[in-house]
Design a protein around this ligand. Structure first.
Ligand code: UD1
Ligand code: UDP
Length: 358
């Protein structure tokens, strides 16, 4: 059987890994390595429990640290493990420090790297994620792209070997869980909001949490929007600690702890509006038909901008309020190529092929 080591460490990776691991479990021997980048219960263990992800075979326990140290600690702790395991392939997802460290450790040991969500670009090298994804793509043997745009981005960088358009595993996951989440999740009732009667917001990106002025503009914008429409804000721990350092309190915005995946899908599916700087949440809003205001200057998910269903405002207070309360999509939303399905099976097929070739 093909032997695969999967390296995950952050919330969105647990969600992507859930679908692929379930499919892999039947046809390959997978060991999940958790770097420990995210460690709060509601940022990590809750997803393993809720989505039935196999318990990590190894936990590296790196915790939070500046970029260089966090990446280096993962490398240090992962290298001996990979030398011991000698997997046929190493699987990484997305663009976090855990992604880059996993890919780099494996590439140096000549273990083929399979990158899920390859080819995404914001063309903003100030984003830590952009550095992580460019470098990961350049050491990967198999690059699994969710969109045609991603394939074209790689081509422009001279990468065409091992590139496959497979679709988005997060889309498969939304299709699998959203309807059930909407029916079963008690979260709307619990929060006292009605379908189409609230906005859902998330904020955690470095550009909005390392830059105090950006953060304060977003806070003011959300407070203004909340005068007209209840705003629910499941607060990322990074943003929570910034808010408490700055002494920011939310008066109207309803701040809650990070929620589980099914509650999040239920909130997304019934939101009148989504405001976010998250990559995954922009996509989920798109697939679930919710209008989105993206609190960033660029997006890697350009497909979501079609028809005005997603609007980029950066962290500009006026632009956010205007987009939230005044703009409407200019045409009905119709499914794009981006919603192709079967990405999980295609990912498993390519992983097995990569492992067999190794
Ligand atoms: C990371 C990823 C980002 C991804 C996000 C998903 C990088 C560079 N960034 O950002 O691409 O969108 O995860 O959520 O890899 N913290 C806690 N508890 C936790 C985790 C984090 O308190 O369980 C706090 C710590 O103060 C930490 C800060 O959040 O310093 C930032 O965590 P970190 O993992 O470095 O970056 P994220 O902002 O979560
Ligand atoms: N998510 C969640 N609970 C929350 C916020 C987000 O389950 O309180 C899910 C969300 O539905 C999506 C993923 O986490 O599937 C996105 O993760 P995040 O925004 O942290 O990272 P990004 O996608 O920006 O890298």
């Amino acid at each position: 059987m093909v032997r695969i080591v999967t390296v995950v460490g952050a919330r969105p990776q647990f969600i992507k890994c859930a679908a692929v691991s379930a499919a892999l479990g039947r046809v390959a021997e997978e060991k999940i390595v958790h770097t420990g980048q995210h460690y709060d219960h509601n940022m990590s263990a809750a997803f393993f429990a809720e989505l039935g992800i196999p318990a990590p075979a190894e936990h590296l326990g790196v915790g939070s640290a500046p970029h260089g140290r966090q990446t280096a600690e993962i490398l240090l702790r992962l290298e001996p493990l990979l030398e011991r395991e000698k997997p046929d392939a190493l699987l990484v997802y997305g663009d976090t420090n855990s992604t880059l460290a996993g890919a780099l450790a494996a590439a140096k040991l000549h273990i083929p790297v399979v990158h899920v969500e390859a080819g995404l670009r914001s063309f903003n090298r100030k984003m830590p994620e952009e550095v992580n994804r460019v470098l990961t793509d350049h050491v990967s043997s198999v690059l699994l792209c969710p969109t045609e745009t991603a394939v074209a981005n790689l081509q422009r960088e001279g990468i065409s070997k091992g590139v496959f358009l497979v679709g988005d595993v997060m889309y498969d996951s939304v299709m699998e869980h959203a309807e059930r989440a909407r029916q079963d999740s008690p979260i709307l009732k619990h929060l006292g909001v009605a379908p189409q009667g609230y906005a859902l917001a998330t904020v955690h990106r470095a550009e909005n949490t390392d830059d105090t002025s950006n953060f304060l503009q977003i806070v003011r914008a959300l407070e203004r929007i909340a005068k007209e429409l209840p705003v629910i804000l499941p607060l990322h721990p990074r943003t929570k600690s910034l808010a408490s350092r700055l002494g920011v309190t939310f008066d109207r915005v309803r701040v809650v702890e990070p929620v589980g995946y099914l509650d999040m899908l239920a909130l997304l599916a019934d939101a009148r509006l989504v405001l976010t700087d998250s990559g995954g949440v922009q996509k989920e809003a798109h697939w679930l038909g919710a209008r989105c205001v993206t609190l960033r200057e660029q997006t890697e998910w350009v497909e979501t901008l079609e028809g005005g269903w997603n609007v980029l405002t950066g962290a500009n207070e006026e632009a956010i309020v205007h987009a939230a309360l005044k703009l409407e999509p200019n045409r009905p939303r119709h499914a794009s190529n981006f919603e192709r399905g079967a990405a999980t099976q295609a990912t498993v097929r390519h992983l097995l092929a990569a492992g067999e070739l190794a």
